[in-house]
Design a protein around this ligand. Structure first.
Ligand code: SF4
Length: 422
C-alpha cells in the first residue's frame, strides 16, 4: 500500500488549514494506520509508522519543549533530557511523500536559498517558512559529516529566536578530541536544562544510553542475519528503518521496533522465505535513496534479482555506550563514524561491508549538494575495483523529483546489472 497516499488523503485539507496543530488530525491518522496493520509486509514498519505519528503529534501539539537536531547529533542526549526531538532533514522526507516538496522548494528559492545547497536543507527551510514545522524551543547541531547543517540550523534558530548549540567535532579521533567533544556534550546538555527550565534526571539519561545499546544489539543481529544467503528482506524495505538511525537512538520505542523486525526476520530466515524468487547478485547501498516514487529498486531487486543487502546508513559503526559515563561514551560514538576524517576510513568501512555481506557490487547514490558523501568518491571506486567489486555512482536527488530522469536511470542501472551478471 502507498502509505503516503493514505496520509495525504487525511492531511490534504489539514495542510491547507494548518490543522497539523490539531489533535484530531493525529487521532484520525493513528486510527487509520492502526487498522491497516495486515497490509504491511513487515510489522515493524507498521509499528515504526505509528511511533512516528506519535512523535509528530507530540512535536506539533507542543507537548513539551521541541528540540530540533540534525541527523548526526547523538539523540540519546535529547531522549535523556525528556524533550521532543525533531529532525528537519528527516521531516523533509515526509514532506516529499506528502507532496509538498515542490511548494517548499519554491519558497526556499524565492528567499534566495542557494540552489547549490543540499535539498534536504532547502526543503526544510521552505517547510519551516510555510509553517509546516513545529516551532522549536532550541536547536542543537553537530558539525561532523554535514557541512550544510550547522549553517542551516543556526539560521532556523535565529529565525525562531531560540538558543542554538553547536557540537564542534574535530577530524581527529585522539584523546584530546574525545575530551573536547565530551566536554561540549556536557555543556550543551546542562545549558538546555537551564535555558528550558528542565528537571535534570541522571537516571533518565543513563536509561537513554541503555536503550541505545539495546537498539544497537538488535540492529547488529538484524544485520548479521542479512549477511546470509538468500536475503529475506529487500533493500527497499530495509531502507524504511534508516529513520531510527537518524532520529531514534535513545528511545525505548526504537528497541521495540528493531525487536519486532528481528523476530520476523528470524522467522523468515528459518522458513527460508527469500526476498525475491532468484537472488542473482548482492549489492551494498551507500548514502540515501530517492524518497519520491521511482523505479530504482523495482529494476534492481524485482526485475533483475539484484538485492540490496546492506545500507551504509544502517551500519553499526560504534562500540557499546557506557551509561555510567554518558558524555564520554557519546563522544566516542560521534568520533567513531567512518565518514569522519580521511576518506581511507570510509573506504575501509565500505570494503568491510562488502566482505561481510558477500556483496558483488556497490551503488553510491550521489545526492545533489552533499559534499561529504560525494567527495573523494573516485578513491572509493578505485579501492573497490582493485577488489573486483563493481561500482555505480548514481547521480540524482533524494528529494527533488524534477531531477529524476527515469530513462537515463534505467540505462545506467541496466549497464551496472550487466556488469554484475557477466
Ligand atoms: S545529504 Fe549530505 S548535505 Fe544533505 S543533510 Fe545529509 S549529509 Fe548533509
Amino acid at each position: 500500500m502507498d502509505i503516503y497516499q493514505l496520509l495525504r488523503s487525511y492531511l490534504e485539507t489539514a495542510l491547507r488549514q494548518r490543522a497539523l496543530k490539531s489533535p484530531w488530525t493525529y487521532r484520525v491518522l493513528r486510527q487509520a494506520v492502526a487498522a491497516r496493520r495486515k497490509s504491511f509486509s513487515w510489522q515493524a514498519a507498521h509499528s515504526l509508522l505509528l511511533h512516528t505519528i506519535d512523535q509528530a503529534a507530540a512535536a506539533f501539539l507542543q507537548k513539551g519543549p521541541v528540540i530540533w537536531h540534525n541527523v548526526f547529533f547523538p539523540t540519546e542526549v535529547l531522549y535523556g533530557l525528556g524533550v521532543i526531538p525533531f529532525a528537519p532533514e528527516a521531516a523533509a522526507v515526509a514532506a516529499t511523500g506528502l507532496g509538498i516538496a515542490a511548494k517548499a522548494l519554491q519558497q526556499a528559492e524565492g528567499d534566495w536559498v542557494s540552489g547549490e545547497t543540499c535539498t534536504f536543507h532547502r526543503l526544510a527551510y521552505g517547510c519551516d517558512r510555510l509553517g509546516y514545522f513545529p516551532r522549536p524551543s532550541g536547536v542543537v547541531c553537530s558539525s561532523h559529516l554535514c557541512d550544510t547543517a550547522p549553517q542551516s540550523l543556526a539560521a532556523a534558530a535565529a529565525y525562531h529566536g531560540v538558543p542554538f548549540y553547536l557540537l564542534d567535532v574535530p577530524h581527529q579521533q585522539d584523546a584530546a578530541a574525545l575530551s573536547y567533544v565530551a566536554r561540549q556534550l556536557k555543556t550543551i546538555t546542562f545549558s538546555m536544562v537551564e535555558s528550558l527550565n528542565l528537571t535534570w534526571d541522571e537516571g533518565r539519561l543513563q536509561q537513554a544510553l541503555v536503550n541505545s545499546n539495546a537498539a544497537r544489539e538488535r540492529l547488529m543481529a538484524i544485520n548479521n542475519l542479512r549477511q546470509k544467503r538468500p536475503a529475506c528482506i529487500r533493500g527497499e524495505e530495509a531502507h524504511s528503518f534508516i529513520y531510527l538511525m537518524l532520529a531514534g537512538f535513545g528511545a525505548a520505542a526504537t528497541v521495540a521496533v528493531y525487536e519486532e523486525l528481528l523476530n520476523q526476520l528470524e522467522r523468515s530466515y528459518r522458513k527460508n522465505e527469500p526476498a525475491v524468487p532468484e537472488e542473482k547478485a548482492r549489492v551494498v547501498w551507500l548514502h540515501l535513496k530517492p524518497y519520491y516514487p521511482n523505479e530504482i529498486f523495482q529494476i534492481l531487486e524485482q526485475e533483475a534479482g539484484i538485492i540490496i543487502v546492506c545500507e551504509e546508513m544502517n551500519h553499526v559503526y560504534w562500540e557499546p555506550l557506557e551509561p555510567e559515563r554518558p558524555f564520554y561514551s557519546l563522544a566516542r560514538k560521534v568520533l567513531s563514524h567512518h565518514g569522519l576524517g580521511p576518506i581511507s576510513r570510509r573506504i575501509e568501512a565500505v570494503l568491510a561491508m562488502t566482505e561481510s555481506y558477500k556483496a558483488d557490487g556497490v551503488i553510491h547514490f550521489a545526492h545533489w549538494g552533499c559534499r561529504q558523501s560525494a567527495g573523494a568518491i573516485r578513491l572509493l571506486q578505485e579501492a573497490l575495483r582493485e577488489k573486483g567489486i563493481s561500482f555505480l555512482n548514481l547521480e540524482g536527488d533524494c528529494i527533488d523529483q524534477s531531477k529524476y530522469a527515469p530513462g537515463a536511470v534505467r540505462t545506467r542501472l541496466e549497464g551496472f546489472i550487466e556488469m554484475l551478471l557477466t
